[in-house]
Design a protein around this ligand. Structure first.
Ligand code: PLP
Length: 395
């Protein structure tokens, strides 16, 4: 059975793609050996750099794969074998950084936060000050709990201790403020299907400092992967940027076309306006949820992300049943990923093309559905809180 095209998809990836982006993608078949395609690719790279605040011509890599491949490719190309890494984990995707580093033979230490919280900056600085760490791995927005790390401060701490910082920006790029080169984020990874509003299938790795470029070059001979060897991809990416053809492996041609269009639309909206839209919608959603008497997993407003919200289900409500009922009402939410949140929470993704109607609709259906499941709820109480914020913030 195919899903209803009028349903509202509020999962933290894939997100709803604009029909306009998809139309460009389907306008013709693009061969990766044409100048037309190379030019589109080159523009996508340049636009991506401006969205993340990467100065100059620092390398940006885009190839077939998902966010996880981008994480792995970045590590094995930039870190020497046997490097020591410190992982700051706020949940499921922080743990993924640690596991990727472990299977690739790095010496890994992990600092864990409580669920819904972030690791204290002073604690991280103290660990780095012991010396010997080659890299600090962090997740900008931890999609399993909906918390946002203070990447700017982490980058400045990492630089103080001469440690490269790798940031998983999969759930933050193009939705949360991020100024890669100015903040001193050495390596940023992301993928197409989250706030970049493009179908899944593009792995993206960006180097934003000369320190990262030097590390990549110094590690050239050590990379034990052919497909992921970034020194090869670098020649290809440089060729595309100059409007020339080169080849390492076939890129996801249609997705690059859709991505280039999506990046154009993102820049047309304007980054400031886009970040503000995400902030207001996220705040309206959290206030609506709290007004229903539900608890948001993120422990404090300052660390609550603007792209995904994890929520504790009320006593006696099974998240699987809640998700099923919401889906019957044509709104799709996500189940928990974090082991400590299984069976007692749900997640709402609100990144990319999300708008005020989505937030109004999800809170309205949520209050009606919970009421139908026997939770004591005053109909309209969540909506009133949402409307109040949308009204005062003038969105
Ligand atoms: C979705 C996600 C990933 C994994 O991306 P895939 O495309 O599924 O491989 C990694 N990190 C974060 C923060 C994510 O939200």
């Amino acid at each position: 059975m195919y899903p209803d095209e009028r349903r509202i998809l509020l999962t933290p990836g894939p997100v709803v793609f604009s029909i306009d982006n998809l139309r460009y993608m389907l306008s013709t078949v693009y061969e990766h050996t044409s100048i037309d395609f190379a030019e589109i690719y080159g523009r996508a790279i340049k636009k991506f750099r401006s969205i993340i605040g990467a100065n100059g011509n620092f390398p940006v890599f885009m190839f077939s794969g998902s966010g996880t491949l981008a994480m792995e490719a970045s590590l094995i190309n930039i870190l020497k074998p046997g490097s020591r890494v410190l992982v700051v984990s706020h949940g499921f995707f922080g743990d993924r950084w640690a596991e990727i580093a472990r299977v690739n033979g790095y010496d890994v230490k992990v600092l864990y936060s409580d669920v819904g919280d972030i690791v204290d900056l002073g604690f991280i600085a103290e660990e780095l000050s012991k010396g010997g760490y080659d890299a600090l791995l962090v997740t900008h927005v931890e999609t399993s709990t909906g918390v946002r790390a203070d990447v700017r401060s982490l980058a400045s701490i990492a630089s103080k201790y001469n440690t490269l910082i790798f940031v998983d920006g999969v759930s933050s790029v193009a939705a949360e403020p991020l100024d890669c080169s100015r903040w001193g984020v050495d390596v940023l990874v992301t993928t197409s299907q989250k706030a970049l509003e493009t179908p899944p299938g593009v792995s993206i790795v960006a180097l934003c400092t000369s320190r990262a470029v030097k590390a990549l070059e110094a590690n050239n001979g050590n990379v034990r992967s052919f497909y992921m060897r970034l020194s090869d991809w670098r020649k290809v990416m440089e060729a595309y940027e100059d409007g020339r053809i080169s080849y390492h492996a076939t890129p996801p041609t249609h997705l690059i076309v859709a991505l280039e269009r999506a990046l154009t639309r993102i820049l047309e909206e304007g980054l400031e306006a886009r970040f503000k839209r995400h902030y207001i919608l996220a705040k309206a959603l959290r206030e609506g949820i709290r007004a229903l008497g539900l608890e948001v997993v993120a422990k404090r407003e300052e660390i609550a992300s603007n792209t995904v919200t994890a929520v504790y289900t009320p006593q006696g409500v099974d998240p699987i049943e809640l998700r099923r009922r919401l889906a019957r009402g044509n709104i799709i939410i996500a189940l928990p990923l974090h082991p400590a949140l299984r069976g007692k929470s749900f997640r709402i993704g609100h990144m990319g093309s999300v708008n005020h109607n989505d937030i109004v609709a999800v809170v309205a259906l949520l209050e009606r559905t919970l009421a139908s499941m026997g939770v004591k709820i005053e109909l309209g109480s969540g909506l009133r809180a949402v409307q109040q914020i949308l009204l005062t913030e003038n969105l």
